[in-house]
Ligand binder design. Structure first.
Ligand code: PMP
Length: 380
């Protein structure tokens, strides 16, 4: 018998008290009772997004918020810039192409992060670019993007908007939407927000809202203007996923109690411990600039990463994520994201040691766990 534990970059574990909250009998959504919860969510989301702008809640997974960004900010025939350094950067291109938008891609080796200079060069070369899409954590590679410095560069081009996919790491790593000049921020419920999948979030600043009215891409359910209009009346245009929104209110309360800076620090420590542990086991990281949300690790010579994640799941109850796209079978990914603490990291590393050893990889028992513990002991 094994207890199931999720170390995947979505979905992540949901705290028991939130599960209980969501199990209560349903209420109706056009009631003062639900409106109070909704208002609490709108305010809590601003804190996590680090914005004074409204944060729209969509009933969908994160990709719909990405699609909303594309269809509300660009018209067919206009040009955008995307960074293809993994599966989710590619998704910005795929969505844009589906809407008839011209795409310029910066191709980045998987595991590397785009530099502000690359963005600046692309913008200088093609002045018709209207929007730059970046990914805060490229979940498929575990690479972190310096969206702050990229925003600084983009500000030199007054007609260009910066849209960030923060789906897998907003609320886990430091990201200050307003202060850093990010125009549009996108996220989703099943990662740092500690909730099941089913809600997506998007915030736009005033520069971005000005664009929305003029843009001609077809849209109905994802017409953000409708959400904004309802939001002014503390409402939603369509039936919201009220069970998840009730859960969201609980999750945001927990995040407020911990404080954003403490949350960012917790994730930084968990990530460092994970990185130190896998290095101590003689394994190599994929990302040059790793995110504090997820650590992508090359499987050692002779070990199939797909098989490793399978035996970890079936033989230890520990679910890591495998590789995506061209990295399938080559890497595994350990997420240290959301509702997770130091001792769970030790469990994950212990299970990794055991299963690697069973697969014939030379492991000194406890060496990875010890390295992680040393990181924890260094903290005051
Ligand atoms: N972007 C990133 C960075 C992600 O990690 C994910 C989900 N893994 C997505 C987009 C897609 O989100 P969803 O699966 O919620 O539609």
């Amino acid at each position: 018998m094994w207890k199931s534990r999720l170390f995947t970059p979505g979905p992540t574990s949901v705290p028991e008290e939130i599960l209980l909250e969501m199990a209560k009998p349903l209420i109706h959504h056009r009631t003062p009772q639900f409106r109070k919860i909704l208002v609490e969510c709108f305010s809590g989301l601003k804190e996590v997004f680090q914005t004074k702008e409204e944060v729209i809640i969509l009933t969908s997974s994160g990709t719909a918020a990405m699609e909303a960004a594309v269809s509300n900010l660009l018209s067919p025939g206009e040009r955008c810039l995307v960074v293809e350094g993994g599966k989710f950067g590619e998704r910005w291109r795929e969505i844009s192409v589906a809407y008839g938008i011209k795409v310029t891609s910066i191709m980045v080796d998987w595991g590397k992060s785009v530099t502000p200079t690359q963005i600046e060069e692309a913008l200088r070369k093609e002045p018709e670019i209207k929007v730059v899409f970046t990914t805060l954590c490229e979940t498929s590679t575990g690479a972190h993007t310096d969206v702050r410095s990229i925003s600084e560069v983009i500000k030199r081009f007054p007609e260009v908007l910066h849209v960030v996919d923060g789906i897998s790491s907003l609320g886990a790593v430091e990201c200050r939407t307003d202060e850093w000049g990010i125009d549009v921020m996108v996220s989703a419920s099943q990662k740092a927000f500690m909730l099941p999948p089913g809600l997506a979030f998007i915030s736009l600043n005033q520069r971005a809202w000005h664009r929305v009215a003029e843009r001609k891409s077809p849209r109905y359910y994802l017409d953000l203007a409708a959400y904004r209009k309802s939001l002014e009346k503390e409402d939603t245009p369509y039936t919201p996923a009220l069970t998840l929104i009730i859960g969201l209110a609980g999750a945001l309360r927990m995040m407020k109690a911990e404080g954003m800076e403490n949350i960012w620090r917790r994730h930084a420590i968990l990530a460092e411990a994970t990185r130190e542990a896998v290095r101590a086991l003689g394994l190599k990281l994929l990302a040059e600039t790793p995110s504090n949300a997820v650590t992508a690790v090359w499987a050692p010579e002779g070990v199939d990463a797909e098989l490793l994640t399978k035996v970890l799941r079936d033989g230890s109850g520990i679910t890591f994520a495998g590789g995506q796209g061209k990295l399938k079978g080559k890497i595994f990914r350990i997420a240290h994201l959301g509702w997770i603490d130091q001792f769970e990291i030790l469990e994950a590393i212990a299970a990794l040691e055991v299963q690697l050893a069973k697969m014939g990889y030379q492991v000194v028992p406890g060496v990875g766990v010890g390295a992680a513990e040393k990181v924890f002991l260094r903290q005051k």
